[in-house]
Ligand binder design. Sequence first.
Ligand code: 7TS
Length: 418
Amino acid sequence: MIDVARIRNDFPILSRRVNGKPLVYLDNAATTQKPNAVIDALTHYYRNTNANIHRGVHTLAAEAERDYDAARAKVARFINAPQESSVIFTRNTTEAVNLAAYGWAREFLKPGDEIIVTVMEHHSNYVPWQLVMQDTGATLKIVDIADDGTLRLDEYAKLITPRTRLVCVTHASNVLGTVNPVRQMADLAHKVDAKILVDGAQAAPHMPVDVQGLDCDFYAFSAHKMLGPTGIGVLYGKDEVLRTMRPFLAGGDMIREVKRDTSSWNVLPYKYEAGTPNIADTIAFGTAIDYLNGVGMPEVRAHEIEITRYVLDTLSHFRGLTIYGPRDAAARGGTVSFNLDGIHPHDLGTVLDHAGIAIRAGHHCAQPLMRRLGCVATARASFYLYNTREEVDALAEALREAQALFKRTGTPQKTGIS
Ligand code: 7TS
């Protein structure tokens, strides 16, 4: 078991108060808090080694480049990539998916080709494929969920045809918590020679990830959801796929030679990293990975299952509370969406904030899923390695108070897309 009390000491923000109450931070699916080591890595870089990389001959440039390259090596090991050059740095998951959409899909898809997505995708892994569809003439097919929030694998198997060229699926849902059977899906996709892109934004931070074991062609994720800074993310791609793609952004660093009318491209990964990269945040991302490795990803996952089980058990005692997503904590992530009868999730979020509890309310950038669930919005509590059972108890207590408050005042539930 991990030592949560010791871990909490590493996160300065967790000791602050909000509205006179100790902060209970349950919005980790949106972004996570940062340990001292990550904050220190940022300031250390700017105080000691700030320089541009891949062009300087001086000591600072060499040190900055060494630390930047070391971060790439850490990311590659973290996801078991076969080589460092398969790790492309982007701004975030969104940019990583768009890199695949521009570099691969727009280059290779033709009218009549099919892209399969799921109804539980975040807009970042949905809207880019709508645009690809418009630009290439490919069509979009959508895999439904079962009523327990798991993906309809039977339906997925039926949607796959010889015209399927790409499957886009989230590894773990940011609303339902569902962890999808990515390897099984990859095997079916590869049988018809399709590629599979996995959105790992809600999985890479929470469980050991092995991109070779998953056999995915692309894997996208963001540092800020795994203790790292904002502004840095990753697109992992299989070497043979990355080699064939067209550059997405053009400019400095990504070229080998520029002639009057044409250019040739730099080697991987630089072919897809035009311009001065986000050096400081990348180095601090490496520090976040060191931190997670220090705790141990199997331990992070075990803690998440334990606390999710406690949350699901606690919430199941509430009358008028609907939980969305699988009930088996071992088969899901620590993101728990719910609605309380008669209270709009935004009102609930505001009441909880008065108690110092940060949750998210809204459609969670998953409007197709909201429509499928038959609601316009949900409340969502999402957990990470520093969350405690006491915080779950504080959430339950605040929910009870909210129920009592709204029973007294009888505020009707608002409607409309939030
Ligand atoms: N994919 C999933 C599954 C996500 O949960 C998110 C962000 C993204 C992609 C996009 O990540 P970004 O770093 O590019 O923004 N999810 C959320 C959320 O659930 N609440 O705020 C952000």
